[in-house]
Each structure stands twice: as C-alpha cells, then as structure tokens.
Design a protein around this ligand. Sequence first.
Ligand code: SF4
Length: 284
Amino acid sequence: MKVIVAEKSGFCFGVERSLKLALSASKSVGRKKKDIKTPVYTLGPLIHNPQVVKNLEEQRIKVISKLANIQKGILIICSHGISPQILQDAKRKKFKIIDATCPFVKKAQKLVQQLTKQSYRVVIVGDSSHPEVLSLLGFSSGRGIVVSSVKDLDKVPVSGKIGVVTQTTQLIDNFRVIVSLLVNKTKELRVYNTICEATIERQKSARLLAGKVDLMLIVGGYNSANTTRLAEVCKKQNPFSYHIERLKDFDLTLLKDKNKIGITAGASTPDWIVKEIVDKLSKM
Ligand code: SF4
C-alpha cells in the first residue's frame, strides 16, 4: 500500500508559536509540584487537538472555561484570541498575560475594530460558536453579525455600509458566495479576505492529493475547524475521504482494494500523530 502525505499539512506557524509560548511559561514556573507557586492556565484549549491538550496538562498547563473563581496565575491567550472585554477582566484580576493570539487573527481583530469605528455594519463569515469568531465579535462593540452560510443572510439588515471579514480557516468558496450576495444589502461593501495563508496552502494541497489517491484520511481533532474544512475540501474531490483523530477511529476494512492512500492533517495536528498513522499503514 502506498501512503502519500500532502505537501502542506499539519502544524501551522500560529499553532507552533502558541505551543512554544505556553511551554516556556510552564518552564518558567518550574515543573515539580513543590516549585509551583504560579498556576498556568489557557482559556479554552490552547489548540483544538485533544492529544496535545492532554500533553500540556501533563506539563501543568490547565484549561479553564472561564475566569470566574480563578484569582491568580499566568493566563495564556490561545491562538484564536479573546475579546477585549475578557482581556480587560483578566487584567483586572491581575493575571500575568501571555498573548499567543496568532498574528493573522490579530489582523482580523484590528480590521473589525476599524470598521466598527468607521460605522460599518460588520459581517463575520464563520462558525458562530468558534472562539476565533467570538473574539472577532467582541471587537465589533455589539454591531457584528456572524454569517456561517447563505442561510444566515436574513440576519443581516440592509445597511448604508457593510464591512466583511472571515474566520481565518474558512473555505474561500463559502466566503465568495456570501460576499456576492451581500452586495444586495448595501450601497457600500468593504471586503477583507482574512483567510490565512496556512489554511489556503493546506486546502490546496489536500485538494490536489485527494484527486490522485484511492482513499484520503484527514487527521485532526473533531473540534478543529480547519481540519473539518479540510475534510470538506477532500470529500468534494474524493468520496472516500474520512476525518479521523487517530487510526483506531478508522474502520480498516474500508482500505480493502485501495492501493494509494493520501493523508493530510489540520493545522493543529502534531507530526507524531501523522507519523504513527503513516508507519502503521505503510506496514500493511
Ligand atoms: S490556522 Fe492560520 S490563523 Fe489559525 S493559528 Fe494557524 S496560521 Fe494562525
């Protein structure tokens, strides 16, 4: 069986950066139980991969879902960013803050802030419950509207000026179609394509490979937006495309009569998980 890994896949720059910052914060407070005076927290999982989050917990980096009931410590802001309101809360509580927001997300946050200041109605194309989208929404002073697909366009009122940004991991086709319909809602439409380079490269590479192999595995957290988008891209190209977190999730009988297997991984999937899958499949 031939196993081919997509040219661009796995950890992106933003995820690697956030991991480095988190690990160095944990090192700075010491590893042994007796050394630890300052707890290290991430607000929500640092990245959307349960295996990595588990490893971080072993390094004493704890995931919290809200700031309430926590009084002190180091707070790492995840690559998806947080809203200015939550940041203010954290500062008020005197957390030592380490900002691991990906620079691409920061750029989108700034655009939302600028558009809001200039009285644009801000439309954010993305998944309404994703932390990145919630952070962007926080920069819109309550004037932002999240649109995940054309079905949500009814939520956007006719406005004098509309500004659009997108979640960094969106599919360009979805963004394009929403933008083309927003033209009917305003006289002035300002569009910023904030899909990040890592997403574009990974989607392009996955699409190419999916078209050349008998079966495609897309590896990454089930809660990872960018991995889910990669799976959608592959499925369009090849019906035998499967999103898995680990090889044990996959029904191996589906490999019957398949000679060429393609593998891609989301931006939050560590290399060791991909390697484990490639090694096992290559031996079959
Ligand atoms: S997927 Fe893009 S925006 Fe998200 S962390 Fe990676 S580089 Fe940054």
